[in-house]
Ligand binder design. Structure first.
Ligand SMILES: Cc1ncc(COP(=O)(O)O)c(C=O)c1O
Length: 567
């Protein structure tokens, strides 16, 4: 009898444990974004199944089912555009082509500017330069003397105008010249940099690194060390550098088992944070406020018009406040990764702008005054790299060039100038100015009945498309031809420097509208009632399935060959 009761008891305990496990697992599943981007492991598996195929010349111009007349108009425009791009900058294009075989980065970016089905024909015809020679004001000049307004922002480094950074670098080198590249011992300027960084971040200590990626690595490592917990929470779509410890999805071949990629702005995520005991830290990249739960909007993935972006400052601030409360209550380290947005939204960065304090904050990009850098600021209790009671249990961090005198010099100039009245003035009315600029451009686009709009987080913009289309990625080429320099992600991210005066900005507006009008006139935005985003995605899915069958059926064929070889 006693044995029977013991068995019942054990079974009940096992059942309860299984139920609890299931509940915890379900809670985690609910906190994942339903899109593929929210499921790192699955997206990696699916990425491996996507077969390559390419459109032939006929399909290329009518992949949306456009009538023949429209396809012919597009084809003529495409040839003309290719000619004009080459004629505008022949030397720059030739220099870029030469680089492609030797610089893997150029090869990669050239392959991922447009959805892969169009890639071959685009690469043959629409050639872009990859080399520039000069910058001044808000513009950059290629090897052919062609000046373009810079909307690349140099990945976000260029906050105050290239001339500002040239001065920081020159003055910084002047500070460092007598010492030269002595490492290990510090240049005396470090003390002033630390003082200013502590004041800006409101935190106790600083560590210097060579890139934003490394600053993030150190932040995560310290959080794990001090909490003695294993897992890192990152939000779906957020970029934190290319360290695989924060990149669990496509792009990183290493299997990552200590990252929870959860939904941004979600109660389900809060429920996970409130109940799990293995979470060391939550990483926030405030740039996600512009496009929560989706990644950097590159044109290589712009297969339809479903890209969305909309920034709601109050809602995001409330979300950060709640995160702060939950992290405090649960002993989770809250890390703001301000490598991109730091100094751009406000002098005190995202912490000041959203009115929420973090335990650790990373900075980089612009902070180096034009030179490469990453910085971590944090509370003493999290920055400490050893334990008084366990002297052998340390948290290692190094990096040969971590406080290079020249970088410290340029950073010093950046931080010093940040407090000069002229630079301080650039923060006055900052948000209202950029919002008004975006609104003005949108009004012009609407008045011209063009299916393009912009959304912005202060001076970081993204282009969205209002009518279903398969050809939005073509817009990047029209913009470039009209003298607007874009980064390789194309129309997904425009980064303005804050030295854009009204006159320069108006010139950008004129070019932008002219580029959109030209693209419209060339027929790329043709559409009828059957062309919906859903229909586009379905068609692509059918093509993928067919291509997949074909590539399996091909025995001994050339791996990855085009199903419709380009003409
Ligand atoms: C938010 C954020 N964190 C980290 C990084 C990585 O910085 P770095 O490219 O200097 O390694 C970036 C770079 O874009 C970033 O935007």
């Amino acid at each position: 009898m006693v044995t029977t009761w013991a068995v019942y008891g054990l079974a009940a305990a096992a059942g309860a444990a299984a139920l609890r496990w299931l509940q915890v697992r379900l809670r985690l599943s609910r906190a994942k974004h339903p899109s593929l981007a929210g499921h790192a492991k699955m997206s990696r598996r699916i990425a491996k199944l996507v077969p390559y195929y390419a459109y032939d010349a006929d399909t290329f111009f009518a992949s949306d089912g456009a009538p023949e007349g429209v396809a012919m108009r597009r084809r003529a425009a495409f040839e003309r555009l290719g000619r004009e791009l080459r004629e505008r900058s022949p030397r720059s294009v030739a220099a870029g082509e030469e680089l492609e075989s030797g610089v893997s980065d150029v090869q990669f970016t050239n392959h991922y500017r447009v959805p892969f089905q169009y890639r071959e024909i685009v690469r043959r015809t629409l050639k872009l330069g990859a080399v520039v020679e000069e910058s001044a004001g808000t513009r950059i000049k290629d090897c052919d003397g062609q000046w373009s307004y810079d909307l690349t922002g140099s990945y976000g480094v260029n906050l105050l105008g290239y001339d500002f950074y040239k001065e920081c670098i020159d003055a910084g080198a002047e500070h460092a010249r007598r010492l030269g590249p002595v490492l290990g011992a510090y240049h005396p300027l470090i003390a002033d940099n630390v003082r200013r960084l502590k004041q800006i971040s409101g935190l106790d200590e600083v560590s210097f690194h060579m890139s934003g990626t490394e600053a993030v690595m150190q932040a995560v490592r310290l959080a794990q060390y001090h909490t003695r917990r294993s897992h890192v929470v990152v939000f779906c779509g957020a970029y934190h550098g290319w360290w695989d410890g924060v990149q669990p999805g496509v792009g990183n071949p290493r299997k990552i088992s200590d990252v929870y990629m959860l939904r941004d702005l979600s109660r389900a995520t809060l429920a996970v944070l409130r109940t799990r005991s293995d979470i060391a830290c939550v990483l926030v990249n405030p740039l996600q406020a512009l496009h929560p739960n989706s990644g950097a909007p590159g044109d290589g993935a712009l297969v339809d018009s479903s890209r969305t972006a909309r920034f709601d400052r109050a809602a995001y601030a409330r979300w950060l406040e709640t995160l702060r409360e939950v992290c405090t209550a649960r002993g989770i380290v809250l890390i703001f990764d301000e490598v991109f947005v730091g100094f751009r939204l406000a002098r005190g960065g995202a912490q000041e702008y959203f009115g929420v304090r973090a335990d650790l904050v990373t900075y980089g990009k612009t902070l180096g005054g034009g030179l490469p850098v990453g910085v971590l600021c944090g509370e003493h209790r999290y920055m400490k790299r050893f334990r008084d009671e366990q002297p052998a249990d340390v948290c290692f961090a190094r990096g040969t060039f971590n406080s290079h005198p020249y970088v410290l010099g340029a950073m010093h100039e950046f931080l010093r100038r940040l407090d000069e009245p002229a630079v301080r003035a650039t923060y006055d009315g900052l948000e209202a100015r950029w919002n008004a600029r975006a609104a003005r451009l949108n009004a012009r686009l609407e008045a011209a009945n063009l299916p393009v709009r912009v959304a912005n987080l202060v001076s970081i913009w993204t282009i969205v498309y209002t009518r279903p289309s398969r050809y939005n990625w073509m817009f990047q080429y029209y913009l470039r031809l009209h003298g607007l320099a874009l980064s390789w992600v194309g129309s997904g991210r425009l980064i303005f420097s804050h030295n854009y005066g009204d006159e320069d900005y108006e010139a950008v507006v004129e070019r932008f509208v002219a580029a959109a009008s030209a693209m419209d006139a060339d027929g790329w935005w043709w559409g009828d009632a059957s062309l919906t985003n859903r229909a586009i995605r379905r068609r692509i899915l059918r093509e993928l399935i067919a291509a997949s069958f074909r590539s399996r059926a091909r025995v001994g064929g050339e791996a990855g060959a085009a199903i419709n070889p380009p003409a």
